[in-house]
Design a protein around this ligand. Structure first.
Ligand code: B12
Ligand code: SF4
Length: 521
């Protein structure tokens, strides 16, 4: 095989930015897989340049000339940026490949703009792309491994890519690691609800942790595991064998069901400084919070106590909630969250608007069958830019009124002050303040208020939400144009629109072919 010149872009920003928080933090959002793909391509003998796009780079300057092949890793919120880059490169004869959450959730749409669209990706899938490496028009080729890979190149092998990315992070330098894929829980909205849990080989992980101690005085590791700590004793035992206690700072997403007091003591001993448990709902998903059948007020009380216990051991805690779930009705879910904020003031509340990401979760098939999914442009699908699903029990203005009310309560001067008081360590205290007064707290409040006003005053805007028109309101179009900046002119025609029912249609086609005795390919 000839030696290829390969570019890889890890998109962690959905367009150019000058925001201070983005400058400080974006490089810490880098993904593991673009670095892994880089290692596999180098191993196959090719030249590789990887750029983590944080919103500050000029890609036309930074990308090497005469590329043969470009891999892009993208979340759905940065899909339009990915499409714009791909369109410009394909016009120059470069072959383009899309991987990451967007490719997994919206493969049919991505096929229109890329030569290859990858689902689960292992070394064999990458080798197949490298061997074929040709343009596929009008529709790109979809490739996927049968399951998640059982191991991935570790930190040592990815180091040159990690190092060049972290050079862009001035203060906090987070090294991304992964010890497992999938999850044994089955939260209906989650991309991993049907992906079996598997733990990676612990020897590689131990070697990576020892390696990191040769690179930093006190490394900071962000675990990208969907649910860290499922095989708790194996994981903690390996960390304890590999490195001295409390020599590395760790951050992880984990379920409350895994955070018993003995587990918290062990996590603290080993340097876990931040945990992000998902609570999601006061009326559902009791299993992952170990609250069983308790609901409403009873569940909230138990979780508030549990979170306060977590805060006694772990300095930084973010509790995640989903707003707009089908089990929610009336003001009660929002009022309970406010009470929770009062009872567990040290936890930072992370809110997501329920989003049906294409074919991510099996429940999306049901949502599409019910005709409730709205084709908001991908640019807004990041759990807060838009809720692309008509709520089951709320009229839109009422829903947004609740969202605004809760956001205002969560980031009021009183709540911010109580959060400072409820957090023990210096950095977490001030990180919470910055998050509250920046785009996440005040910024979202401003944005939701604009959406609410438009819902009340602009008929065409409201009609779009009510699925009475497909014509995108100017409010959203203008935002895309502003956010994309110079990339706007490379955005392929029609890319702002997608078929929100593509998953349903592909499943129906599959069933039709299966019934006729064929296969859907
Ligand atoms: C860890 C994680 C994070 C971390 C790390 C993010 C990162 N850059 O990787 C943090 C906390 C920073 C984060 C932030 C966000 N996240 Co997040 N996150 C996850 C989580 C829990 C695990 C993802 C993971 O790494 N899995 C392990 C890897 C190995 O598996 P995988 O992702 O399935 O990847 C496979 C393939 O897709 C492919 N692949 C992946 N990337 C690439 C890249 C290339 C080039 C190629 C070829 C292949 C490839 O190979 C892998 C192996 O098969 C998932 C939820 C979940 N349960 O999976 C959500 C998830 C990915 N996040 C999600 C969202 C919405 C966000 C945010 C937008 C939230 C927000 N509002 O801020 C931000 C976006 C950050 C950004 N732009 O970089 C959504 C994405 C949906 C979508 N279609 O976009 C998910 C699915 C959660 C959900 N709501 O269902 N997230
Ligand atoms: S516990 Fe977390 S990772 Fe597991 S299925 Fe639920 S939301 Fe997904």
């Amino acid at each position: 095989m000839r030696k290829l010149r390969i570019g890889i872009i890890d998109l962690v920003s959905k367009g150019p930015t000058r925001a201070l928080w983005a400058k400080v933090f974006n490089a810490n959002l880098a993904s593991i897989m673009p670095q892994v793909v880089g290692v596999w391509c180098q191993k196959a003998g090719h030249d590789v340049s990887l750029i983590c796009y944080t919103g500050f780079e000029d890609l036309s300057e930074e990308l090497p000339r005469d590329l043969d092949l470009m891999f892009i890793g993208a979340f759905t919120e940065s899909a339009l940026v990915a499409y714009a880059i791909s369109s410009r490169l394909r016009a120059q004869g470069v072959v383009t490949v899309l991987g990451g959450p967007h490719a997994r959730c919206y493969p049919e749409d991505a096929q229109k703009y890329f030569d290859y669209v990858l689902g689960f990706t292992d070394e064999t899938v990458i080798q197949d792309v490298l061997k074929d490496c040709s343009q596929h028009v009008p529709l790109g080729v979809r490739l996927s491994a049968a399951k998640q890979p059982v191991e991935l190149p570790g930190v040592r092998e990815r180091w040159t890519f990690i190092e060049s990315t972290l050079r862009k992070a001035p203060f906090i330098k987070l090294v991304p690691m992964l010890a497992s894929t999938g999850c044994p829980y089955t939260c209906s909205f989650c991309i991993d609800s049907s992906v079996p849990y598997q733990l990676f080989n612990m020897e590689g992980m131990k070697e990576d942790l020892r390696f990191l101690l040769t690179k930093f005085k006190r490394p900071l590791v962000g675990w990208h595991d969907p649910n860290f700590g499922i095989r708790f004793d194996d994981l903690m035992g390996s960390i304890e064998e590999a490195v001295p206690a409390n020599s590395i700072d760790f951050i992880a997403e984990s379920s409350l069901s895994l955070l018993s007091e003995p587990h918290l003591q062990r996590l603290k001993r080993n340097g876990f400084g931040a945990l992000l448990p998902g609570i999601e709902s006061w009326f559902d998903l009791g299993e992952k919070s170990r609250t069983g059948l308790a609901q409403g007020e009873a569940k909230m009380q138990r979780i508030a106590e549990h979170v306060n216990m977590v805060l006694r051991y772990i300095p930084y805690v973010q509790t995640n909630f989903v707003m707009g779930l089908d089990v929610d009705a009336g003001s009660e879910p929002f009022e309970l969250t406010k009470r929770f904020i009062d009872l567990a003031p040290g936890a930072f509340p992370g809110y997501s608007l329920l989003t049906a990401f294409g074919e991510a979760a099996p429940i999306n098939f049901q949502y599409q069958s019910e005709g409730r999914v709205i084709g908001f442009p991908f640019h807004f699908l990041n759990n807060n830019g838009a809720m692309n699903l008509r709520p089951k029990h709320y009229a839109w203005p009422v829903f947004y009124k609740h969202v605004i009310d809760l956001t205002r309560y969560s980031f009021s001067p009183r709540a911010i002050a109580r959060r400072i008081g409820g957090t023990s360590a210096f950095v977490p205290k001030w990180l919470n303040v910055v998050r509250a007064i920046s785009s996440e707290g005040f910024g979202r409040l401003r944005y939701y208020t604009q959406v609410h006003q438009q819902l009340l005053s602009n008929r065409q805007f409201r009609d779009y939400f009510e699925q009475e028109t497909d014509v995108l309101p100017a409010f959203f179009q203008n935002r895309i144009r502003e956010d994309l900046g110079p990339m706007w002119k490379s955005l392929p025609q029609g890319a702002m629109y997608h078929d929100p029912y593509a998953y349903l249609k592909s499943q129906q086609e599959y069933s039709r072919l299966a019934a006729a005795g064929g296969t859907a390919g």
